[in-house]
Design a binder for this molecule. Structure first.
Ligand code: UTP
Length: 476
C-alpha cells in the first residue's frame, strides 16, 4: 500500500464516522499537492464539534426567557449620569493610561464583506468624503495622532483572514505601513470554519480539492491573538488594555481617552461602547443585564414585547445598541485565551458557491449554507465588572456594511456622517461652512471639536469641499 492510499483510508475512516466521506469523492482525480491540501484542511477541522453544531445540540439558549428578565446594564450614560465619577475625571484617567503606554489597539479586518461587494479587503475601501482616504488610513492616522498627542507608541494588531490577509499585507507594504513604525504594526490571521449544506449538514466543497472555508468570526480574535504571539508581544511591552474596533466603522474612536478612563474607573475587564437605539426593533445587538451578567441579545433573538418594553418615563427598557467598540483588560484576555474555544458558535444562513458531485461549481441563487462564527461579545458575561459607556451615534458610529443603493449603512451614509460631524466641529470652533459643502478633518489636525477650536482663526468661511490635514490657513 502506498502512503497516499493509507492517507485516503485514514481520512475516509475518520470522515465516515461523521457521514462526511463525500469530500473525498474526487480523490482519484487529485494530484499529490491537491491531496495534501485537502488533508491539511481536514486536519484543521474538529469533526465531532461540527457534528454537534450541525445537530444543534448547542442551541439551547432560551432568548425569549432571557429577554423577559433583561434590564439595563451598568452604564454611564451620554449625559454623564450613572457613574460615581465624572466624564472629566474619566478623561484624565484615560489620558494618564495613554501617556503611561498602557494601551494597544486591535482592528478586526478579516470579514469577507459580502454585502458591500467590494473586491478588496474592506479596510482598503476609500471612505474619506473629501480625501478618499481608506478605512485603514483613517485608523493609522488616528493612532499616529493619539501617539503624538500623548507621547506614546500604541502597537496596532490587525486581524485578517485567508480572504483578506495577503492583500492587506501588500497594501501596508506598498504604502510605507501608512506611516506606522514597522515594530508597532502586527498583522495576524484568524482561524477558519467550514460551511455546511443547510439542509443536510454535509461539508460543502469549494472545488474538487478544497473545502468551502470561511473566517471563524470576530470571536476568533482571542485565540488568533494568542496563537500569533500578539498577546505575548502586548504583555512584553507592558500593554495592560487593548482597544478593539471593527474596520468598517470610520467613526470608531480608537484609543479614545474618556472611554478608556471609564473602563479603568469601573475596574472592568471588558467595557463596551454603545449608542441609544433609535427604535425598539433596530437591527443591532442589545446590550443588557440578565441575572447579574452583561450580555448581548441579537435583534433577531429579541421578542417584540421585550424590545418594546418601556420604563416609567417612557424610555426604552432595552436601550443599549452594540457598536462593537470594546476595551479589554490584557490579563483577562490571557486568562480566556486558553478557553477561547469554548465561546459559543452562532449560525448564519448564506449563499456559498459549491462544487457538486460532477465537479461543477454551482452559484446558488438562494442561501444554501450554514456558516458558524464566534462573536467577540460573548466575552461580556465572563468579564468581571463588565461595563457599558453610552456615546452619541453621530460621533462614534457610521458602519459601512451595504453596497451603495441600500437604505442604510452604505459608503454614502458613512461619508455623510463623517462630513456632518466635522462640519459640526468647525462650526463649534466659529467657522462658517456653506450649505452643501463637505468637509473632512484629519486626526493629525484635530481629534475632537476641542482640539480644533485651538487651531482655527476668526472668520473662517468654507465655500467648497475641503480636506484639512495638518493646518488650517486663517481667512481661507
Ligand atoms: P460583519 O459581521 O459585518 O461581516 O463584520 P463583514 O465581513 O464585514 O460583512 P458581510 O457580513 O460579509 O457583508 C464586522 C467586522 O468584523 C470583522 C469584519 O472585518 C468587520 O470589521 N470580522 C468579521 C472579522 O474580522 N472576522 C470575521 O470572521 C468576521
Amino acid at each position: 500500500m502506498t502512503d497516499k492510499s493509507l492517507n485516503y483510508d485514514r481520512l475516509s475512516g475518520m470522515l465516515g464516522e461523521f457521514g462526511q466521506e463525500h469530500v473525498l469523492r474526487h480523490w482519484a482525480d487529485l494530484d499529490a499537492e491537491q491531496r495534501e491540501n485537502l488533508s491539511e484542511q481536514l486536519k484543521g477541522i474538529d469533526l465531532s464539534e461540527l457534528a454537534s453544531l450541525v445537530s444543534g445540540e448547542d442551541k439551547a439558549t432560551d432568548f425569549a426567557g432571557l429577554a423577559m428578565r433583561a434590564g439595563s446594564p451598568p452604564a454611564v450614560r451620554a449625559d454623564g449620569s450613572g457613574a460615581h465619577w465624572s466624564p472629566i475625571q474619566a478623561r484624565k484617567r484615560g489620558e494618564e493610561a495613554l501617556k503611561n503606554g498602557e494601551l494597544g489597539a486591535v482592528i478586526v479586518a478579516g470579514g469577507q464583506g459580502t454585502r458591500l461587494g467590494f473586491d478588496q479587503p474592506k479596510g482598503m475601501f476609500p471612505i474619506g468624503p473629501v480625501s478618499g482616504r481608506t478605512l485603514f488610513q483613517f485608523f493609522a492616522d488616528r493612532l499616529l495622532a493619539v501617539n503624538k498627542k500623548y507621547g506614546c507608541r500604541i502597537p496596532l494588531y490587525i486581524m485578517t483572514s485567508d480572504a483578506t490577509d495577503q492583500q492587506t499585507r501588500d497594501y501596508f507594504a506598498a504604502n510605507d505601513n501608512l506611516g506606522m513604525p514597522v515594530e508597532d504594526l502586527h498583522i495576524f490571521k484568524q482561524g477558519v470554519m467550514p460551511a455546511v449544506d443547510s439542509g443536510t449538514g454535509k461539508l460543502l466543497m469549494e472545488s474538487r480539492s478544497s473545502l468551502a472555508l470561511s473566517p471563524d468570526g470576530h470571536g476568533g480574535t482571542v485565540s488568533a491573538l494568542d496563537r500569533s504571539g500578539c498577546l505575548t508581544d502586548a504583555v512584553s511591552r507592558g500593554i495592560q488594555h487593548l482597544a478593539y474596533i471593527q474596520v468598517d466603522n470610520p467613526l470608531a474612536q480608537l484609543c479614545e481617552p474618556e472611554l478608556i478612563g471609564h473602563h479603568l474607573m469601573a475596574a472592568s475587564e471588558m467595557t463596551t461602547q454603545v449608542v441609544r437605539k433609535r427604535d425598539p426593533m433596530e437591527r443591532v445587538g442589545n446590550v443588557v443585564l440578565v441575572d447579574g451578567q452583561v450580555q448581548i441579545i441579537e435583534y433577531s433573538d429579541l421578542p417584540k414585547s421585550a424590545a418594546e418594553a418601556l420604563n416609567e418615563d417612557g424610555s426604552l427598557k432595552l436601550w443599549a445598541g452594540n457598536i462593537a467598540v470594546h476595551l479589554f483588560n490584557v490579563e483577562f484576555l490571557c486568562g480566556v485565551a486558553e478557553q477561547a474555544n469554548s465561546l459559543p458558535f452562532h449560525r448564519a444562513l448564506k449563499k456559498v458557491p459549491y462544487c457538486d458531485e460532477r465537479g461543477q461549481v454551482v452559484s446558488p441563487v438562494q442561501p444554501n449554507a450554514t456558516k458558524f462564527e464566534r462573536f467577540i461579545f460573548d466575552l461580556l458575561p465572563i468579564a468581571q465588572n463588565a461595563f457599558v459607556v453610552e456615546s452619541l451615534a453621530s460621533e462614534v458610529f457610521a458602519p459601512v456594511k451595504n453596497a451603495e443603493g441600500a437604505k442604510t449603512d452604505t459608503p454614502e451614509t458613512a461619508k455623510k456622517a463623517i462630513a456632518d460631524l466635522h462640519r459640526g466641529w468647525l462650526e463649534q470652533a466659529g467657522a462658517c461652512v456653506d450649505q452643501g459643502v463637505r468637509v473632512e478633518i484629519n486626526p493629525m489636525l484635530a481629534l475632537s471639536a476641542d482640539d480644533l477650536s485651538e487651531k482655527i482663526g476668526a472668520n473662517l468661511r468654507i465655500d467648497a469641499d475641503r480636506y484639512f490635514d495638518t493646518k488650517i490657513e486663517s481667512g481661507e
